[in-house]
Design a protein around this ligand. Structure first.
Ligand code: 13P
Length: 259
């Protein structure tokens, strides 16, 4: 399967931003201005907005995702939300292992693996986030970090489940810094990720997995990123809060048009 057979995915991670009114306004603007996108589209609002956003997007191709989940189905886990609860309010996507959760909330490769399993159990599409810090990159540890994160998260999955997951490569040093990885740096990491997926699952299964790039994606760098053979979409933070910017990113210019 070449890149052409992997449908691009553009997902917006709203992080801890927007109130109910602003969230509704943002998805209405997206809904009304989304023309025949060449990509699948998802938005990941805070938990408090999920039900309202899902209601606004009912009947549209835009999917709703959560930014995290807990692996048990229900019970005495104060403050936590399960995959089944997410799916019950119209979510079909979930981010797992975002670097901000790893950095501030103690997420580990083991918790990522458990969360991943629970997302698949509830038929949510997991977007598993991996990426190295600046210190790790400068210490030539990028590949080692990516491999450890991927193997830690994915080793419990059967090769037949590979096609159900999405991986997001988000170099920590590029998140919210305005400092994007160059298309060549991102492609290099994506290719390494695909090779690791080939080793974990099978070469064939690795070709079916969409690998998104995240980290200061903007209207003016999306086209060059999407022209890379192993970049299958984007996980967008800050620019996904601005309808005009996010729509431009969704409607990126394909390589055939830019060349
Ligand atoms: P920014 O696009 O704001 O750099 O955030 C990227 C990100 O963390 C998406 O999950």
């Amino acid at each position: 399967m070449t890149k052409a057979l992997r449908r691009p995915l553009i997902a917006g991670n709203w992080k801890m931003n927007l109130d109910l009114q602003a969230g509704r306004g943002l998805v209405r603007a997206l809904r009304e201005n989304l023309s025949d996108a060449a990509a699948d589209v998802a938005v990941c609002p805070p938990f408090t907005l999920l039900a309202a956003v899902a209601e606004e997007l009912k009947g549209t191709p835009i999917r709703v995702g959560a930014q995290d989940l807990f692996w048990e189905k229900s019970g005495a886990y104060t403050g936590e939300i399960s995959a089944e609860q997410l799916s019950g309010v119209g979510c079909s996507v979930v981010l797992i292992g975002h670097s901000e959760r790893r950095r501030y909330f103690g997420e580990t490769n083991e918790t990522v693996a458990r969360k991943l399993e629970s997302a698949l159990r509830a038929n949510l599409m997991p977007i598993v986030c991996v990426g190295e810090t600046l210190e790790e990159r400068e210490g030539q540890k990028t590949y080692r970090v990516l491999e450890t994160q991927l193997r830690g998260a994915l080793s419990g999955l059967a090769p037949t489940e590979a096609g159900k997951i999405v991986v997001a490569y988000e170099p920590v040093w590029a998140i919210g810094t305005g400092k994007t990885a160059t298309p060549a740096q991102a492609q290099d990491a994506h290719l390494f990720i695909r090779k690791t997926l080939a080793a974990v699952f099978s070469p064939e299964a690795s070709l079916a997995v969409r690998i998104l790039y995240g980290g200061s994606v903007k209207p003016d760098n999306i086209d060059a990123l999407m022209a890379q053979p192993d970049i299958d979409g984007a996980l967008v933070g800050g620019e996904s809060l601005k309808p005009v910017s996010f729509l431009r990113i969704i409607h990126f210019q394909s390589p055939a048009k830019t060349n």
